[in-house]
Structure formats: C-alpha cells, structure tokens
Design a protein around this ligand. Structure first.
Ligand SMILES: Nc1ncnc2c1ncn2[C@@H]1O[C@H](COP(=O)(O)OP(=O)(O)OP(=O)(O)O)[C@@H](O)[C@H]1O
Ligand SMILES: [Mg+2]
Length: 222
C-alpha cells in the first residue's frame, strides 16, 4: 500500500545551518508515528519542512505517492497535509468560531455553508468545551482549550496526515489525559505524526515510535 506520507533522505535547516539530515520516514493511513527527542533536536524544523513552511535542503516529501517537495505550504494543506503548530498559534482577537472560520479560505474541504457547518458540528462534538466557548476570544481560553482549538482547526481541513508538534506542552496532567482521549478517538482515521517530549503520553497512542537526536531519526523498537 502506498504510504500517506513519505520522506526520503530529507535534510533541512536555516540558511547554511543544517539542523537535520538523512531523514527517511513512512506513515501509513492508520498509523500514529511518535517522535520523541530533547529540546533542540530538530523536531519542529522537521515538521515545518514536511509542511512546506520552510525550504528543504535535500531529499523529497511524498503525499499519497505524489512528490510534493516543490509545493507551497498552502498547497500541502489543500492536499491533506495539515500541521498543528508548536505553541498552538490561535488568533487571540478572534472568537473560537472565527478561528475555525479562517479555514474556509484554505479550500481543502468545501467552503460552502453545509459542509462547513457539518465540520463545525463535528468539532463541537469532539470538543464540547469549545462549543460552550464558541463566542469567546481565543486569548480568553486556557492553554488546554487553545490546544483543542488548534486541533479542531486542523481537523476542519480534513487531514490525510496530521502533524502534531508537542501538543501537551505546558498543560496540566488532567488536560493531558483529556487530550489523549481525543487523540485516541482520532487515531486510525488518518495518519498522525506526533512529536512529543512526554513519553508517557505517547505510550499506547503511537503505533510506532522513533527518537530524534542531533538532527537524526532513530527507529525505536516496540
Ligand atoms: N529560525 C531559526 N533560525 C536559526 N536556527 C534555528 C531557528 N529555529 C530553530 N533553530 C535551531 O535549530 C535547532 C533545532 O530547533 P527545533 O526548534 O527544530 O528543535 P526542537 O526539537 O523542536 O526543540 P524543542 O523541543 O525545544 O521544541 C536548534 O539548534 C535551534 O536553535
Ligand atoms: Mg519544537
């Protein structure tokens, strides 16, 4: 079966600086690949490079067997490669609902009212807390609620592969548990690449795991 996401000999960094190199990974449609690694290992840089938010230095990225290495970030989102960024990046002055409405412009799924409303209803079902706070501004949400909103916003794009960058960062243990429940519900619906420093969070959630150290990725046997 063609993997949903595949990277071959991928390298990336900032200008002359190489942060990671020779990264090869594949992700099947029902898999959750967990990547652990210390601060500065290059995890965010890898995800941003996969998402097309920064240029690769070498290698290729394929989505459903199609080489997307030369496409822009918005084209990758439209094709189904969606990232939930580190730090959530909620638009503070916009309400919860308005943050979701921003995704209409991405054009990944139908922007018409019926399909948009269906997806919003699915988001409320998955995150009842967001439904209650739908008219509150993004910056009035707790860290956990902001993380849920960031995930809900990504789901609006109907991902084929979802990239999650340290979703548990800074969250209280009880919220981490709640988030885990949500990801457990989503696992298997599409491919998930989960970057975390919280090993316990990943255990039982990831179907396969790897560790990033010094810009290289090492498979961890499970
Ligand atoms: N905009 C940038 N310009 C130059 N170097 C950067 C930039 N962003 C990150 N780096 C460097 O790239 C390396 C990898 O950073 P990256 O953010 O990818 O690590 P990370 O594994 O995500 O770490 P963390 O767990 O702290 O989020 C670090 O040495 C960092 O200093
Ligand atoms: Mg990071």
């Amino acid at each position: 079966m063609t993997p949903v996401l595949q990277a071959d000999a991928l390298a990336g960094g900032y200008g002359e600086l190489q942060v990671f190199r020779d990264i090869t990974l594949t992700l099947a449609s029902n898999e959750v690949l967990g990547i652990l690694g210390p601060n500065g290992a290059g995890k965010t840089t890898l995800l941003r490079t996969l998402a097309g938010l920064q240029p690769r230095q070498a290698g290729t990225v394929n989505l459903e067997g199609r080489d997307i290495s030369r496409t822009r970030a918005w084209q990758r989102v439209r094709a189904g490669l969606v990232m939930v960024p580190e730090g959530r990046q909620i638009i503070p002055g916009l309400s919860v609902l308005e943050n979701l409405e921003l995704t209409r412009a991405s054009g990944r799924a139908g922007a018409d009212d019926a399909s948009f409303n269906t997806r919003v209803a699915q988001a409320w079902e998955l995150f009842p807390r967001l439904a209650e706070r739908r008219h509150q501004p993004g910056d009035a949400l707790s860290g956990g609620e902001q993380q849920m909103l960031a995930i809900a916003r990504a789901l609006m794009m109907e991902p084929k592969a979802l990239l999650l960058d340290e979703p548990t960062q800074g969250l209280a243990p009880i919220i981490v548990q709640e988030l885990r429940g949500v990801l457990q519900k989503l696992a298997g619906r599409f491919a998930i690449l989960l970057v975390e420093q919280n090993r316990a969070f990943m255990d039982g959630l990831a179907t396969r795991s790897a560790e990033m150290r010094g810009g290289r990725l090492y498979a961890t046997s499970r």
